[in-house]
Design a protein. Structure first.
Length: 256
């Protein structure tokens, strides 16, 4: 059976229900709107220190040498170590002969030590060059610092071979040697880059250095002078020819 609201009602009852519904609608409209909660957003829970740390780690990974660069550094360090090892073999054999000791043992020990010094120096220096932006982008002071640090690393390795007591002296000696040699090489390169001066450039010199332009200007001036002299000579020749062509009046001899 249908509910009471579905049955047809008289018009009076319908009007009463409409009047009752109107104040209810007004009350509902007069109520303030409920505050809507803002949409939930996922906030990053990672602290700032961790994010900055990851950025620095990524930058460090970008600066790491590639496999090709590592192989190039290894090849250069091995070549340098072999060259220094040969020198060490000769020095060790000579010292063994002078000390009346077996030269073979002295040569092998000195060759191994010099090989370690040369290879570690070259490898550490190339790695520092790459970490500091490349040799072409480094200043002279940075090159000296890198050579000093590389010398200290090679001195530490050589001291570890000879004994723990030799580590600190090896670092100091070879670090100073590497920095000093790099400083001297920078000085020589700077002097070679300067233009060479001659005694002709001094203001007290009786002679003067001429550039190509000055030389060409002087040659052109001489050519103009010669052309002017030739023109004057041609005019003189033409005037002589004209005077020779004109008839010469006869000279009458006066007789007494």
């Amino acid at each position: 059976m249908a509910p009471w609201s579905w049955w047809p009602q008289p018009t009076s009852q319908q009007q009463q229900q409409q009047h009752q519904q109107q104040p209810e609608n007004q009350q509902t409209s007069s109520l303030p709107p409920k505050p809507t909660s803002p949409p939930l957003t996922q906030t990053s829970t990672v602290p700032q220190s961790k994010s900055s740390r990851t950025k620095t780690q990524d930058a460090g990974y970008k600066q790491m040498p590639s496999s090709a660069e590592l192989s190039r550094i290894a090849i250069r360090s091995l070549q340098t170590g072999m060259a220094t090892g040969v020198v060490g073999l000769l020095v060790g054999a000579g010292s063994g002969i002078m000390r009346s000791a077996p030269p073979t043992l002295f040569a092998l020990f000195a060759g191994f030590q010099w090989f370690t010094l040369g290879s570690t120096y070259m490898a550490s220096r190339d790695i520092l060059y790459h970490a500091w932006g490349g040799e072409e982008n480094m200043s002279s002071s940075d090159l000296v610092k890198a050579s000093g640090v590389a010398g200290g690393v090679s001195g530490m390795m050589g001291g570890m071979i000879r004994g723990p007591k030799n580590i600190l002296p090896g670092i100091l000696f070879f670090g100073t040697l590497g920095a000093g040699s790099s400083y001297v090489s920078q000085l020589t390169q700077s002097t070679e880059a300067k233009p060479k001066t001659s005694w002709l450039d001094s203001k007290w010199s009786p002679m003067q250095r001429l550039s190509d332009k000055d030389y060409m200007d002087k040659i052109e001036e001489k050519i103009l002078r010669l052309d002017a002299e030739i023109a004057i000579i041609d005019e003189n020749i033409a005037s002589l020819k004209e005077s020779s062509r004109s008839p010469v009046p006869p000279i009458e001899s006066k007789t007494k």
